[in-house]
Design a protein around this ligand. Sequence first.
Ligand code: SF4
Length: 439
Amino acid sequence: MSTTTPTPSGLTLEPGVPICQTDLPLDWYQDELKPYAEEYLALPDRTPESVLPWLDGYVRPAQEHFGDSLLLLAHYYMGGEIVQLVERYGGAVADSYALALQAARNPEKKVIVESAVHFMAESVAILAHDDQDVWITNPKAGCTMEMLAKDHMVLPATDQLIERYGDDLLVIAYMNTSGRIKSIAGSTGGAVCTSSNAHLVVDWARKQNKKILFVPDQHLGRNTASRLGMDLDALVTLPDPSVHGGNWTLDQVDGGLAALDKAEMILWGSSCGVHTIFDADMVRWWQARDWRVLIHPESPLEPVLAADGVGSTKYLWDQLLAAKPGDKLVIGTEGHFVRNARREGAKRGVEVRHLAEIPGRLSGGCGCATMSRNDPPHLAGMLDLLRRGEAPSLNHVLAGDAVDERTGRRDRLSEAERAELIGHARASLERMIEITEAG
Ligand code: SF4
């Protein structure tokens, strides 16, 4: 049973195709999970013929043990095989918006196991009921965009902006943020957004004449401003967090205080390495050869303006499903997603290519490496340890956890702090849901 609509269902495991990465660095594994990784690495060729019976030996007993209370989740960007495995075991594959709603909308599910990055699992936990537990198969699976917008970086900036602009400042947190950042947004009366509803959420804030701090993706913020016809010269991008962290003062921002005073929207300076590789020349190269180019709005403004269509992963998948036999689509987004789209397209007579797949270019496009750290041995091990009552607490996701992605260790809030955080973070998520459903 799949509990979300936009799934690449119908994908089947192809005999002879190796499952996921083959040379897995064992330091991705916690000690408890290493035995499963070692068994996996010893399987002959790690093709479906060898992996599936091995995986069944762990997943089926867990399913029998937990029955209907078990829910497996994966994001579209996961290695194609994990997407197919989660679907094979009746789980849900979705984008970050639909994933976030999974616990809240399925109260009978008590044990929720997610194969994706940490902020996605935490969003599920923020909206979960008290008797639902959320687990991530690999706590070292972080989102690099989110890792450059940790609360210890964003809070000093927000505090300075609030000191200068008071209640006029409203924070919009992209879904790709920790619960702590979503909570900051909520405490300013702001909201969360996704790539499919960012224009609705920013428009909602503009109608209140607010000065907007958009965190963390500068490209999605700029693309949204462009879509809404805002003056792009009046946007201010804050100092590069990969260089400066949160150690700067407002007068050190480009253009200084005058630029900040004039700005309708201030952009946090983070971005996604997977999407920033795209440029307008790539788009034009394909268009000159009669391909239709679709791109994700985490990409820079120039290729977004040049493309034939722009939208979220759900939009990109829907465009593929709506394509006619003989259509030729180029997709600029995460590599595993494009590979899944290519397989699905082949069944429908639709040709699909990755935007960066241009002869002579060094990069043919990349997958989200951190998300792919959730692989078959992590899924097998997590489910087996949960069934035996031995699941490591490192994999248990609670709202407000701050994770160090190098070690997987988490800084956990007290119950009182967590309750306060959940209040603000839920408010920001619920505002997004209201704005989206009203739009
Ligand atoms: S593709 Fe980019 S934005 Fe998405 S989870 Fe991976 S690092 Fe984060």
